[in-house]
Structure formats: C-alpha cells, structure tokens
Design a protein around this ligand. Structure first.
Ligand SMILES: *Cc1c(COP(=O)(O)O)cnc(C)c1O
Length: 225
C-alpha cells in the first residue's frame, strides 16, 4: 500500500528532510493515491511523462494545484518547453550548456528557475553529472552573476548502484563534503543550501551525509514495470 509505505518512510525521516516521491513509470492514479495520503512533492524523469501527468491532474478543478513537481531525469534542451513551465525544481542539471539554455528560457519567460547541479559521484561511467573541477569553475561564474535567470539551490547526486554499503557511504561523503566546501567558498550564494541524495536502497545512508531531500520511488510505489 502506497499509504503505508509513505507512513513508514515519514516515520524515519527527520523533519527537515524533504521526501520527493518518484512516480516515474507509474500511472497518474498512483500519484493521486499518494496525494490522498498527504504526499505533496513528486519527481518525474521523462519530459513526456512529466507533462502528461501534470496535464491529467490539471483537469481536476485545482484539486492538485499544491503539488510541487521536481524534474529529476536527463533533460535535453529541445524538451525545456515541456518541463520548465511546470517544474518547481530541476534537480538534474548536468551540463553548463543545459544551464545556459534554462537561463535563456527564464529570461524569455520572465522566470527565475530553481535548479540543482548534478555531481558525478557513482562509479558508473554512464551516470551524468559535473566533476568537482567543472562544478568549481561554474560556481565561480555563477557567483559573478552569470545566468541570472537560474537560482542554483544546491547539488544532486546518485551513488554507485551496489550492495556495498561502504562504497555508497564514500560516494555520499564525497558530495556532502564538496557541498560544504562550496557553501564555505561562496557565502554570497545564499540559496545554495540543498543536497539531494538517497533513493529507495540508500536513503538511510544519505541521511547520515547531510541529505536535505531524498528521492524515493520503488519503496513507495513498488517495482517499475
Ligand atoms: C528513478 C530515480 C530515483 C528513484 O529510484 P528508486 O530506487 O526507485 O527509489 C531517484 N533519483 C533518480 C534521479 C531517479 O532517476
């Protein structure tokens, strides 16, 4: 039961940590079920599915208007129009090119877009994200006022997909300490205070490393088909 799963997670989640319910691959009915159990923050990873779910929920006389939508998947610049009008937070900015296109969209649409920068922490080559060096370089330019139509709220990361708890622990430790380093170095970036780490299999480890948001799908909605 979605409601029981949410209840069990919320029992263990410290009050300052935001639960993002990752509803990707699950039908809109699953979102509604979680909503009725009190969940208000949802994450999706595919632009088409994100837009379709939001459109489906918009036809409900404003009943779901207080949902906060996070986009958490790889975002191609030709899909920005599907995502940015509805996303409260884009968690998965993984290149400066994408950031600059989001900034451009924000300028054209009179919006300041909240984003997280995705840092590459897992062992897998395929995982997206900035290296430490690239992040630092970008942060210098951001703090100089580049990209004024985005507001960088912090970092997002995905640990190595493994049962080896020590490896996951090391990945999260790396992003947590890099976050602390950046916060220290750029005090003028006042909104830079969010760390999104932890999924169904590793969120309890992420809590030990400063997570302010966890992104949980399977442990709420069950296996994806
Ligand atoms: C799918 C996904 C999640 C949720 O994964 P679960 O293991 O099902 O909890 C979290 N973050 C990202 C970026 C994802 O793509």
């Amino acid at each position: 039961m979605i409601k029981d799963n949410l209840g069990n997670i919320n029992k263990e989640l410290p009050s300052g940590v935001k639960l993002v319910a990752v509803s990707k691959f699950h039908p809109v009915e699953a979102v509604i079920e979680a909503y009725e159990a009190g969940q208000r923050v949802f994450g999706e990873s595919r632009p088409q599915e994100f837009a379709a779910k939001i459109a489906a929920l918009q036809n409900a006389e404003g009943r779901f208007d207080d949902i906060e939508w996070h986009f958490i998947g790889h975002l191609q610049t030709n899909k920005l129009k599907m995502v940015l009008p509805y996303a409260n937070l884009v968690q998965s900015v993984d290149s400066e090119h994408l950031l600059s296109e989001i900034d451009k969209w924000g300028r054209e649409n009179g919006r300041k877009v909240d984003v997280l920068l995705e840092m590459h922490i897992g062992a897998e080559e395929t995982k997206q994200g900035f290296t430490e060096e690239a992040l630092l370089d970008l942060m210098f330019r951001l703090s100089d006022g580049k990209f004024p139509n985005v507001r960088v709220r912090g970092l997002m990361g995905m640990a190595t997909n493994t049962d080896d708890e020590a490896a996951v622990d090391a990945d999260f430790e790396r992003i947590d300490s890099y976050m602390a380093y950046l916060v220290d170095l750029f005090p003028e970036m006042e909104a830079f205070d969010q760390l999104s780490i932890g999924m169904s299999g590793d969120w309890k480890i992420a809590l030990r490393h400063g997570a302010t948001m966890v992104r949980i799908g399977t442990a709420i909605f069950g296996e994806r088909k």
